[in-house]
Design a protein around this ligand. Structure first.
Ligand code: FAD
Length: 281
C-alpha cells in the first residue's frame, strides 16, 4: 500500500525578500523527503496573484519539486482565471488546487463570476481539458458555512464529480472524523483519493484562533493540555508533535492514501512528524 501513498507540503507566498530566502531553505530541506509535490496558497480575490505565481515557479524550477498553485474563484473574473490557467499551463505546471476561497471581510462577493469550487473545477476542465491534475478541498468536520453535514457532503460529491482527481482535507485532530467522512463519500460513489491535511502544532494561540475560523476542532483534552503549558513553547511543541504523530500513525494504518502537511513555510515541525513516522527520505 505504501508505494501508492503520496506526500506533499503546503506553503504560502512570502511577502518579503527575507521570507522568500527563508522559504527556499525550508523547501530544500523538505525536498529531501522526496515529496510528490509542494503547493502554494492563493489569496482569494487575487491578492497574491503575482506572489503565488512567482513562488510556484521558483519552487518548481529552483528546488525541483513539482509545485501546485492553489487557485480560488471568488473575487476573480473568468478572464483573470483563464489568464492564470494559461500561464501555469505554458509554464508546464500540471497540478492545481481548486478552491472557492474566502474573501477578506469588506471585499463582498459580487466581483467573481464563479460562486463555488465545483464551478471552478468545471471551468478548469472546460478551459484546459485534462492538462491539470485537480485537487479539491474536503471537510471531515464539515465546512463552517454548511447548513448541515448532508448538504456539505452532497456539495463535495458534486465538486468531485465535476472533474476532480483527488482531495485534500482541512486539518483535524480526530482521525475518526476523517474515516467517517471518507466512508460516507465512498458510499456516495466518490472513489478519488482523499488525503488528510496535517497541521503540526507549534503555537497554541494562533492555532486556536485559526481553528475557530475554519471550523477545525481541537479536542478538549488537547486544548486543556496546551493551555496548561502557557508560554512554554518547547512543551507545546513536544506535546503537539506527539499528538499529531499518533494521529498520522492511525491515519496511515487505517488506509489514508498519503499526507499533506500544512508546513506554513517551516521545515522542522513537519520533519519532526515525518521522522517519527519513519517515512522514507
Ligand atoms: P466549496 O466547495 O465551494 O464549498 C464552500 C461552501 O459552500 C461549503 O459550505 C459547501 O457545502 C457549500 N457549497 C459548495 N458548492 C455549493 C453549491 N453548488 N451550492 C450551494 N452551496 C455549495 N482559501 C484560500 O483563500 N486560498 C487558499 O489557497 C486555500 N487553500 C486551501 C487548501 C485546502 C487543502 C483547504 C482544505 C482549504 C483551503 N482554503 C484556501 C480555504 C477554502 O477556500 C475555504 O475553506 C472556503 O471557505 C471554501 O472553499 P472550498 O473550495 O471548499 O469551497
Amino acid at each position: 500500500m505504501s508505494q501508492e501513498r503520496r506526500y506533499s507540503f503546503e506553503f504560502f507566498p512570502p511577502k518579503t525578500e527575507v521570507g522568500h530566502e527563508k522559504l527556499l531553505v525550508t523547501a530544500r530541506r523538505l525536498a529531501e523527503c522526496r515529496p510528490d509535490f509542494f503547493s502554494c496558497t492563493y489569496g482569494a480575490g487575487g491578492s497574491t496573484r503575482e506572489g503565488t505565481l512567482n513562488t510556484v515557479l521558483t519552487l518548481d524550477r529552483q528546488v525541483g519539486v513539482p509545485t501546485a498553485p492553489h487557485l480560488s474563484c471568488v473575487g476573480d473574473s473568468k478572464a483573470e482565471l483563464r489568464a492564470l490557467l494559461n500561464t501555469y499551463k505554458d509554464a508546464g505546471i500540471r497540478r492545481i488546487v481548486a478552491l472557492r476561497g474566502d474573501l477578506p471581510s469588506g471585499m463582498g462577493l459580487a466581483s467573481g463570476e464563479l460562486r463555488y469550487a465545483n464551478e471552478l473545477v468545471e471551468f478548469i476542465r472546460a478551459e484546459t481539458g485534462d492538462h491539470f491534475h485537480i485537487e479539491i478541498a474536503a471537510y471531515p468536520e464539515m465546512h463552517p458555512q454548511a447548513r448541515n453535514f448532508e448538504d456539505d457532503l452532497k456539495n463535495f460529491v458534486r465538486k468531485a464529480q465535476a472533474g476532480a482527481d483527488s482531495a485534500i482535507t482541512q486539518y483535524f485532530f480526530n482521525a475518526d472524523s476523517y474515516f467517517h467522512f471518507v466512508e460516507r463519500a465512498q458510499k456516495q460513489g466518490v472513489d478519488l483519493p482523499i488525503v488528510p491535511g496535517i497541521m503540526p502544532i507549534t503555537n497554541y494561540t494562533s492555532l486556536a484562533r485559526f481553528s475557530d475560523a475554519c471550523g477545525a476542532e481541537i479536542p478538549r483534552w488537547v486544548r486543556k493540555q496546551l493551555e496548561a503549558y502557557g508560554d512554554d513553547v518547547a512543551s507545546i511543541q513536544a506535546f503537539g508533535e506527539q499528538v499529531v504523530t499518533e494521529m498520522c500513525e492511525k491515519l496511515l494504518a487505517g488506509g489514508a492514501p498519503g499526507l499533506h502537511f500544512y508546513a506554513l513555510n517551516q521545515a522542522e515541525p513537519s520533519l519532526a512528524i515525518w521522522n517519527n513516522l519513519k517515512l522514507p527520505r
